[in-house]
Design a protein around this ligand. Structure first.
Ligand code: C2O
Ligand code: CU
Length: 472
């Protein structure tokens, strides 16, 4: 059986193949060495010779995280690095992860966006937390192509801020031909006066979520990505930040979005900006259209997420340096299609799910709620396998809350009654301040307990989470 070798994603770009998808890491049309050196993610080593099984060792342990030359902080790492190793596989592969917890506290791994069985989902009450010194074997098949990620689901605001996260790329049968390809994991960290990652903050930070920090991409602050004019690069972007919203723009360039959380779009969308809320992913083609020897900056543009802490200025996330090499011939626009039509919601009475917050000035506490209660006191939602679910997510607060559903992809039907222009599969989507967003999904045959929550980590830690029980 022949299929593209997993080397295509070549360590986050040691230069990927061009031309035919033979899988051989043959030639490079360009020489983006700095892209490989500054931004490359280590790949998880596959221990299993069976081409349909990806078997890796993963551990969580304390370690040094070098944010930039000379700036090292104490971190929580997967296999010693931040981000953890890139897991690459093909649709239908079985992923086996031998996980050991070398931290001094319990943790779990949640496979964000992967349609795993409920007992593999890493939610702390559908799986026993992996105790300090303990281990667990995760084993499941990968049913969908796309960009996913993994992270703990205990003490999220602390464990993820300290560095526990990694990317997963699952390839399908019809991947686009590109020159360079890799995962870009976005995050920001807040350093304290001692130069270390700051401990949890005050009421204001809990309320707004932590987004005041240093921008990092694949664990590096101030990184540079090399591009050769004419190249087509493919970026698998993951937002692993605690509360950071990204509105990314690259002056002089447009982006071709080919996929979202749940894989490919029906057809590519050409846009000027990429919007990612915490937990979001985008699969993007970037054509290097500038002149050799020039530079461009990937900037995060201001976005008002209604948290009352003001709108930050545009920030530099990554600098893009064009090599001096002569331009490669430009590529034709990609022709990628997927059969993706809107789900039928006729005749289904929507279920209302309300998101709210309460600040108690007297006790200096803030509570985040779903349907008027805080996790774990939110009444459980029930659904049956195969039964279409239409939910009206109602934001009763001023602030955006990025909604994440475990286990199933949904489509956004409408926002405030205005139909979404085209369908996509999502597991994370922004619920804007005072908005009513209608979503639809159908639980496939994976009964069990599934969480849904706001993906601002301080909010999930302070109660904005609930449980969907899917029964046969
Ligand atoms: Cu990425 Cu329940 O989370
Ligand atoms: Cu929130």
């Amino acid at each position: 059986m022949s299929r593209p070798a997993p080397t295509l994603l070549v360590t986050l770009l040691t230069l990927a193949a061009c031309g035919e998808d033979t899988g051989a890491p043959t030639v490079s049309r360009g020489g983006p060495d700095s892209w490989a050196s500054a931004l490359s993610l280590p790949r998880a080593t596959d221990l299993n010779p069976d081409p349909r099984v990806v078997e890796v060792n993963l551990d969580a342990r304390m370690g040094d995280w070098q944010l930039s030359p000379g700036r090292v902080v104490q971190a929580m790492t997967y296999n010693g690095g931040v981000p953890g190793p890139l897991i690459e596989a093909h649709v239908g592969d079985t992923l086996v992860v031998h996980f050991t917890n070398h931290l001094a506290e319990p943790t779990t791994i949640h496979w964000h966006g992967v349609r795993v069985p409920a007992e593999m989902d890493g939610a702390p009450h559908s799986q026993h937390p992996v105790a300090a010194g303990g281990s667990f074997e995760y084993r499941f098949t990968l049913p969908d192509a796309g960009t996913f990620w993994y992270h703990p689901h205990m003490n999220e605001a602390r464990q993820m801020e300290l560095g526990l996260y990694g990317a997963i790329v699952v390839r399908g049968p019809d991947e686009p031909t590109v020159d360079v390809e890799g995962a870009l994991v976005l995050d920001d960290v807040l350093l304290g006066d001692d130069g270390q990652i700051a401990p949890a903050g005050d009421l204001l930070e809990i309320h707004s979520g932590r987004d005041a920090g240093l921008q990092v991409i694949n664990g590096h602050a101030g990184a540079t990505l090399a591009m050769r004019a004419g190249q087509r690069q493919r970026w698998h972007i993951v937002n692993a930040g605690s509360a950071r919203f990204y509105r990314l723009a690259l002056a002089g360039h447009r982006f071709t979005v080919i996929g979202t959380d749940g894989g490919r779009l029906a057809t590519p969308r050409v846009v000027d900006e990429l919007f990612l809320v915490p937990g979001d992913r985008l699969d993007v083609l970037v054509d290097a259209s500038a002149t050799p020897g020039t530079r461009a900056v990937l900037r995060n543009m201001p976005y008002d997420r209604g948290h009352g802490s003001g709108v930050f200025e545009a920030q530099d996330v990554l600098s893009v340096a064009y090599t001096a090499e002569a331009p490669l011939p430009t590529r034709a626009p990609p022709t990628l299609t997927r059969n993706l039509s809107p789900m039928d919601t006729q005749g289904i009475t929507p279920r209302e799910v309300r998101f709210s917050e309460r600040i108690d000035e007297a006790t200096q506490t803030v509570t985040f709620m779903i349907n008027g209660a805080s996790w774990p006191d939110v009444p459980m939602t029930r659904a049956t396998v195969g039964q279409t679910q239409v939910w009206d997510l109602v934001n009763e607060s001023e602030m955006d809350h990025p909604f994440h559903l475990h286990g199933f992809f949904f489509q956004i039907v409408s926002r405030n009654g205005v139909a979404e222009p085209s369908p996509s599969w999502e597991d994370t989507a922004d619920l804007r301040g005072h908005e009513r967003m209608r979503v639809v999904f159908r639980p496939d045959d994976r009964p069990g307990s599934w969480m849904y929550h706001c993906h601002i980590l301080e909010h999930v830690d302070h109660g904005m989470m609930a449980e969907l029980m899917v029964e046969r």
